[in-house]
Design a protein around this ligand. Structure first.
Ligand code: C5P
Length: 232
């Protein structure tokens, strides 16, 4: 009998977060006494279908004690986000099936609502098509050249801002990321590797509170959404 398909999580947390201009990687900045990574991990683990999460840490990092959890595995990340995700997928390939689903979630998105994650999972399991949380673009968007001159105005009715989690089958995602890395094309999310590989990818609308903490002012916004103060 074919085993039931299972869902796993991956958090790439090996980035330096230099745009944050902080003394440590942004995933270790704290809101309400818990790091951004801890908030993001808890939100991912709160999605009912997710059995276990592999966290990719910086190769030189000593793992914090709170990561010692039976539902968490650790691995060393790589130079680019896709290297970190691939390292975590390798860990999953030891214990999971190629057809299992993986939800990849940024360490720097601490405000994910578990209900949005649940909607993503039910949409993907119901359709069999991989998908990502995303948000429709509300601004008018310009394409601009290096000198600041506007080249064109894009049709915003077709534009969505990609968020995470992004949910794909383990085997297909690992192969797509490997191919993308080999081809040398810069990829900043899992969906773009899947698109390049020719797989269908769908969007599921997520809340705008699921921001990626990137620049200093984002931390205050994340603290506002979480209803807790910045603590470090
Ligand atoms: O830099 P950016 O904000 O796009 O990073 C998104 C996520 O990817 C963060 O959680 C970051 O820690 C992770 N990352 C990683 N390994 C890298 C670069 C980024 O795990 N080499």
């Amino acid at each position: 009998m074919k085993p039931a398909v299972r869902c796993w999580g991956v958090i790439p947390a090996a980035g330096l977060g230099t745009r944050m201009e902080a003394s440590r990687p942004k995933q270790y900045l704290e809101i309400g006494g818990r790091s951004l990574l801890q908030h993001s991990l808890d939100a991912l683990l709160a999605i009912t279908a997710v059995e276990m999460v592999v966290v990719a840490l910086g190769a030189e990092e000593t793992p914090p004690a709170w990561l010692d959890d039976s539902r968490v595995r650790l691995t060393a990340g790589g130079a680019r986000r896709a290297d970190s995700v691939l390292a975590a997928l390798r860990v999953l390939q030891e214990i999971a099936h190629e057809e299992d689903w993986v939800l990849v979630h940024d360490a720097a998105r601490p405000c994910l609502l578990p209900a949005d994650g649940e909607r993503l999972v039910s949409r993907v399991l119901g359709s069999g098509v991989g998908a990502l949380l995303a948000e429709p673009v509300v601004d008018t968007v310009k394409r601009v050249d290096a000198s600041g001159r506007v080249l064109e105005t894009l049709d915003r009715s077709q534009l969505w801002r990609a968020q995470t989690p992004q949910m794909f089958r383990l085997g297909e995602l690992a192969a797509a990321l490997e191919n993308a890395l080999r081809s040398g094309i810069a990829i900043t999310d899992e969906a773009s590797a899947m698109e390049q590989a020719g797989h269908p990818v769908a969007v599921v609308q997520g809340a705008s509170r699921n921001l990626k903490v990137t620049v200093p002012q984002d931390l205050a916004l994340a603290a506002f959404y979480l209803g807790e103060p910045i603590t470090g």
